[in-house]
Design a protein around this ligand. Structure first.
Ligand code: ISC
Length: 390
């Protein structure tokens, strides 16, 4: 790896990536201050099932369900920005690196992004459509076709004239210190930003594997110790826990540490969360990250339980393509390890509009109107950021 001694800002790097038609990912891990970024110089982004242990450094961006249109993507870290320095990978293609550095030095002024294509993918469900789907889901659960299903929707809103992706990212980082903050922009694919509260799979520098069961939602109270949870949310979260435990069981892994459920804050909301950790050095299970990722996604926090009937219900009744919402994203084999988060509390950027995404866990005790309200509250996480631009 080589280090360019000139001082660049995150904005310089993002703008150069957009001007040069490069894929770029920017992220900030929870409870840290450093905003990191990586840029891929080549044009091949599609990848198969992520293999975490053997992957080069980069950033995965994977959909809820893979299809021809929504593939697993990988932004290889040809260039890495750690908040101060720009570092080049030893195998970065020399010619493309040269052109990129020229673009950087020219100081691009344009605050744009690789827009998502404005197609039928972005049809939005009406309030009545969502409520009808929830009503059908409750009936299907009562008929014992499944125990839980997560139904979601999207909503298009006009982007403010002054909108800037890097300014929005910085606002997210300041507003949501406990969230995983991200901005991903890929030519021909689109641009997504979000503030996720949910780890899917993470492996830190000490080789500690971490996943979590996050579910149950209510608006935040000042003191989390005062939070009172209804039976509905307790059961909803317990199902996610049960699902994670079933994945450990499939891998015959018994040596995990479980803490929770406890109440956690996520922006304007609170959730119930149970953390599961495994010391990979103790269990001698080097592929646990890859194996769990394959088993976990999509978890019952975004799909349902049992997984298959819940998935079929979603595909039949949601009425739109989730695309990369409720997929997963994050850096792999970086200086802080591998950190894949569920793509929640997010939005997709078209040229002049943002598409906000949110879902809610439906159980037999769900009230359709309340579930609609819950998706409104979840969309507030991104609305809040857009409102900063007036
Ligand atoms: C599906 C979403 O949230 C999940 C994560 C936490 C709580 C959830 C819930 O209470 O329904 C969802 O399972 C979303 O934010 O779009």
């Amino acid at each position: 790896m080589g280090t360019d001694t000139r001082v660049y800002t995150l904005q310089d790097i993002f703008r150069a990536a957009i001007a040069g038609q490069k894929a770029v990912a920017v992220w900030r891990l929870p409870n840290t201050d450093t905003v990191q970024a990586c840029v891929q110089l080549g044009k091949q982004f599609t990848t198969g099932q992520p293999q975490l242990e053997t992957s080069p450094f980069g950033f995965f961006f994977c959909p809820f369900q893979t299809s021809r249109q929504n593939q697993n993507l990988f932004i290889k870290g040809d260039l890495y920005f750690d908040g101060d320095d720009l570092v080049t990978a030893a195998d970065a293609p020399a010619q493309q690196l040269d052109s990129f550095l020229k673009l950087l030095q020219q100081e691009q002024q344009n605050d744009s992004w690789h827009p998502s294509a404005d197609d039928e993918n972005h049809t939005c469900q009406t309030e009545q459509g969502f409520i009808d789907a929830v009503t059908k889901a409750v009936a299907a659960i009562q008929a014992e076709e499944m125990e839980k299903v997560v139904l979601s929707r999207n909503n298009r809103i006009q982007l403010p004239d002054q909108f800037s992706p890097i300014a929005a990212l910085k606002s997210m980082a300041a507003a949501y210190p406990r969230a995983f903050i991200s901005l991903v922009s890929i030519p021909g694919v689109g641009t997504w930003m979000g503030a996720s509260p949910e780890i899917l799979v993470s492996i830190n520098e000490q080789q500690v594997f971490h996943t979590m069961a996050l579910a149950g939602t209510q608006t935040a109270v000042e003191n989390v110790a005062d939070a009172i949870w209804r039976q509905k949310e307790i059961e909803e979260q317990a199902m996610v826990e049960r699902y994670i435990l079933s994945c450990f069981k499939k891998l015959r892994l018994r040596d995990y540490n479980e803490v929770g459920p406890r109440t956690v804050i996520a922006g304007n909301l609170m959730h119930l969360r149970t953390d599961f950790k495994v010391n990979l050095r103790d269990v001698h299970f080097p592929t646990l990250g890859t194996d769990m990722l394959e088993l976990l996604h999509p978890t019952s926090a975004v799909c349902g339980l049992p997984k298959e009937p819940a998935l079929q219900f979603i595909l039949a009744h949601e009425g739109y393509n989730r695309s990369y919402y409720s997929g997963y994203l994050g850096p792999v084999n970086g200086s802080n390890g591998t950190h894949l988060y569920v793509n929640l509390r997010c939005m997709e950027l078209l040229e002049h509009e943002a598409i906000l995404y949110a879902g809610a866990g439906i159980t037999e005790a769900s009230d359709p109107q309340k579930e609609w309200q819950e998706t409104q509250h979840k969309m507030q996480t991104m609305r809040e950021i857009l409102s900063i631009f007036g």
